[in-house]
Design a protein around this ligand. Structure first.
Ligand code: DGT
Ligand code: CA
Ligand code: CA
Ligand code: ZN
Length: 562
C-alpha cells in the first residue's frame, strides 16, 4: 500500500495543478506545491503525526489534508476536478507547456487535448498566434510525441522485433534479452538486454541507426530510446555471473524477492552477481540452472516467473510440462482474400504446408460482417476449391472453417444445418462492444450453447492501446464453455493477445480447452503463433489443454467430425 504521505502529497499536487489551470493565484499554487513536497518528504507517517507540525503546512492546507486522510479527497479538489476538462490537464503534461498557455489554448482556441493541439499545429491554426512561433510549435510537437511514447507499453510483437534487431546488431560473446520480454508478458515497458563482451560494445550500441537518443551511457549499463519509441537497456555483465544476471534481470521482481528470501533463510545472499554463502564464497553464478539447483529447485521457465505458485511447484519437482511452439500441429483461425485477408487461398495453404502442419483451417468471415461481402455461395465455391487443393497436400489436412459473428443476442450468421457444412466454426464478437456486463455474459453463454460453435474467437475483443476489453462475467462464460465443450481461443495476433494469460489461467481452472491461433490475414502472420504460445505458457498450459496440439483424429473428434 502507498504511504499516506505520498497519497496526500499527490492530492495536493493535483490540486495545485488544477488551481493554476483554473486561473488561480501563482503564489498560492506555489504554497500548495511546497506543502506537497514537504509532506512527501516527511519521515513520519502522516496518520500518526500532527499535520500542522510539518513545515510549510498552514491552517488552510492542514484542513484539506485532514479531510483527505478521512475520506480520500477534499471538497475544493472535488470542485476543481469537475471544472477542468481532462484533456486540458493532459495538455499541461506536455513538456514546455505551462498552465497559462494550456488555459489560453482551451479558452481562446478550443484546443482541449494534446491530440487536438498536435492537429492544430499541423493544420497551421496557431500560425500568427502570440507566443506560438515556429520554434515553439516544433518543441510542442516533440513534447507531445515524447509524452505519448513514454506513457505507452508496446505489445510483444513490436518489442520482439526490436530486441531481435538489437541482438543481431551487437558483436557480443554472449547476448540475450531478459525482463518482461523473456517472460513473454503481453505488453512490454522497456527491453532489457544482457551481454558478455568488451566495454566498446556500448559505443557500438549507441551508434546504431535505430537509436534516436542516448538516455544514459555507462560502462555497465547504457539506456537508449529507439525509433520505435521504446527504451532499450543494455547491460554488460561478467561471464562468470551470466546466470545470476539472467535470473535477476528476467524478474519478475516478485519472483526475485521470493527466491532471494529463500537464499537469506539459508544464510546466503543472492544478487545479480551470484549466490554467495555467509563468507562471500560463490555457490552458483554461471548458469540459471546452477542457481535454481543450489536453492533446491528445478529450473523455472521464464513465463512462469511471476510468483504465482511456480516456486513451490519447482521445489516439489511439480512444474508443468509447458506447451511449446513445436507442439502445435496446425492453425484453426486464418483468413484469405475471399474476405479481409490479403493472400490467396493457394498462397496461404502453401505457406502453412511449409510450416509442417498436420492440419490447417481457413476461416473466412461470415455474412453478418457486412463490409466483407461474404455469401453462402462464395463459401460453397471456396469449399470446392479447398477440396481440389487437398490433393496437392497429402500430409496436411485442409479444413474449411468460418469465423462467425456473435450477434447482440448471442445468435450467429447461419442456422445449424448450414454450419454443419463447415469443419471448424469460430464465433467472435465484432460489434456492439458496449453491452452491459449482463447482456455480454448472456451473449457469450448463448454462443457456447450453440451446438454449431466450436471455438470462441478473440473473446475479450481488446486491441492493445486501441480498444478496451468488453465487460463480461468471465467465470460464468468459462463454466458454460467447459460444460458445452466449447474451446476458448488464444488469438496470437500480438495487438490482440486475446484471451490474455490471466483469463486463460482462470478458464483452465474451470476445465476449458484452448486453441492457439494466428488469426492470420497475410502469410507473415502465421508466425505470430509464437506469441500465443507465450500466453499459454504464462497460464501453465500443457498440450492436453490445447486442441491444436492434438493429433488430427483427436481434433476431429473434438470438432464432432470423426
Ligand atoms: P517492464 O519493463 O515494465 O515490461 O517489466 P520488467 O519486468 O522488464 O521490469 P524492468 O525493466 O523494470 O526490470 C527488469 C527486471 O529487473 C525485473 O523484471 C526484475 C529486475 N528488477 C528491477 N528492479 C528490481 C528491484 O527493485 N528488485 C528486484 N529484486 N528486481 C528488480
Ligand atoms: Ca523491461
Ligand atoms: Ca529495464
Ligand atoms: Zn475476428
Amino acid at each position: 500500500m502507498a504511504r499516506a504521505n505520498d497519497e496526500a502529497a499527490a492530492a495536493l499536487e493535483e490540486y495545485a495543478e488544477l488551481f493554476a489551470l483554473n486561473g488561480g493565484d501563482a503564489f498560492r499554487v506555489r504554497s500548495y506545491q511546497k506543502a506537497a513536497k514537504s509532506i512527501a518528504g516527511h519521515p513520519e507517517d502522516l496518520r500518526t503525526t500532527p499535520v500542522r507540525q510539518i513545515p510549510g503546512v498552514g491552517e488552510a492546507i492542514a484542513k484539506k489534508v485532514e479531510e483527505f486522510l478521512a475520506r480520500g479527497s477534499f471538497r475544493q479538489l472535488d470542485d476543481l476536478r469537475g471544472k477542468v476538462p481532462d484533456g486540458v490537464r493532459r495538455l499541461t503534461r506536455i513538456p514546455s507547456l505551462g498552465p497559462k498557455k494550456a488555459l489560453f489554448l482551451f479558452q481562446e482556441l478550443g484546443v482541449d487535448s494534446p491530440e487536438a493541439l498536435a492537429e492544430a499545429i499541423r493544420s497551421d491554426r496557431l500560425t500568427g498566434v502570440r507566443g506560438f512561433g515556429a520554434k515553439t510549435e516544433e518543441n510542442l510537437l516533440k513534447g507531445i510525441e515524447q509524452m505519448e511514447q513514454s506513457g505507452r507499453r508496446v505489445h510483444l510483437g513490436v518489442a520482439t522485433d526490436l530486441a531481435e534487431k538489437v541482438i543481431a546488431s551487437l558483436p557480443a560473446e554472449r547476448i540475450a534479452y531478459a525482463g518482461s520480454l523473456r517472460r513473454m508478458r503481453e505488453t512490454i515497458g522497456d527491453i532489457d538486454i544482457l551481454a558478455v563482451g568488451p566495454v566498446s560494445l556500448m559505443e557500438v550500441f549507441s551508434g546504431q541507426p535505430y537509436v534516436t537518443e542516448v538516455i544514459a551511457a555507462g560502462e555497465r549499463k547504457t539506456s537508449v530510446r529507439t525509433d520505435r519509441g521504446i527504451q532499450v537497456d543494455l547491460r554488460v555483465v561478467p561471464a562468470e555471473s551470466w546466470g545470476a544476471a539472467l535470473v535477476y534481470f528476467t524478474g519478475s521482481k516478485e519472483h526475485n524477492v521470493h527466491i532471494r528470501e529463500m537464499a537469506v533463510k539459508k544464510g546466503w545472499k543472492l544478487s545479480e552477481y551470484g549466490l554467495f554463502d555467509a563468507d562471500d564464497q560463490v555457490i552458483a553464478a554461471a548458469s540459471e540452472e546452477d542457481i535454481y539447483a543450489a536453492l533446491g529447485m528445478r529450473w523455472v521457465p521464464p513465463p512462469l516467473r511471476e510468483d504465482g505458485g511456480e516456486i513451490k511447484a519447482a521445489l516439489r519437482g511439480e512444474l508443468p510440462e509447458l506447451v511449446t511452439l513445436d507442439d502445435l500441429k496446425g492453425d484453426l483461425h486464418t483468413h484469405t482474400n475471399l474476405t479481409d485477408g490479403i493472400a490467396s487461398l493457394e498462397d496461404m495453404v502453401a505457406a502453412a504446408a511449409a510450416r509442417g502442419y498436420a492440419y490447417y483451417a481457413i476461416t473466412d468471415h461470415a455474412p453478418d460482417l457486412v463490409m466483407q461481402r461474404m455469401t453462402l455461395d462464395k463459401a460453397l465455391e471456396q469449399r470446392a476449391q479447398i477440396a481440389a487443393l487437398q490433393a496437392k497436400y497429402p500430409d496436411m489436412r485442409l479444413l474449411q472453417g468460418t469465423e462467425l459473428n456473435i450477434a447482440p443476442d448471442g445468435s450467429v450468421d447461419w442456422p445449424l444445418d448450414v454450419l454443419e457444412g463447415f469443419d471448424v466454426r469460430v464465433a467472435s464478437v465484432h460489434s456492439h462492444f458496449g453491452q452491459s456486463r449482463e447482456e455480454m455474459t448472456r451473449r457469450f453463454i448463448a454462443a457456447c450453447e450453440n451446438p454449431g460453435v466450436h471455438i470462441i474467437g478473440h473473446p475479450t475483443t481488446r486491441k492493445i492501446g486501441k480498444r478496451e476489453p468488453v465487460d463480461a462475467d468471465w467465470e460464468a462464460v468459462f463454466r458454460a464453455a467447459a460444460r458445452t465443450g466449447t474451446a476458448m481461443e488464444i488469438d496470437s495476433y500480438p495487438d490482440r493477445a486475446d484471451l490474455p494469460s490471466d483469463l486463460v489461467r482462470l478458464a483452465r481452472h474451470h476445465g476449458v480447452k484452448f486453441s492457439i491461433d494466428s488469426d492470420s490475414h497475410a502469410i507473415p502472420h502465421l508466425a505470430h503463433q509464437r506469441f500465443g504460445v507465450g500466453i499459454a505458457q504464462r497460464a501453465w498450459l500443457t498440450t492436453d489443454d490445447v486442441i491444436n496440439t492434438w493429433p488430427l483424429e483427436r481434433l476431429l473428434t473434438f470438432l464432432g467430425r470423426p
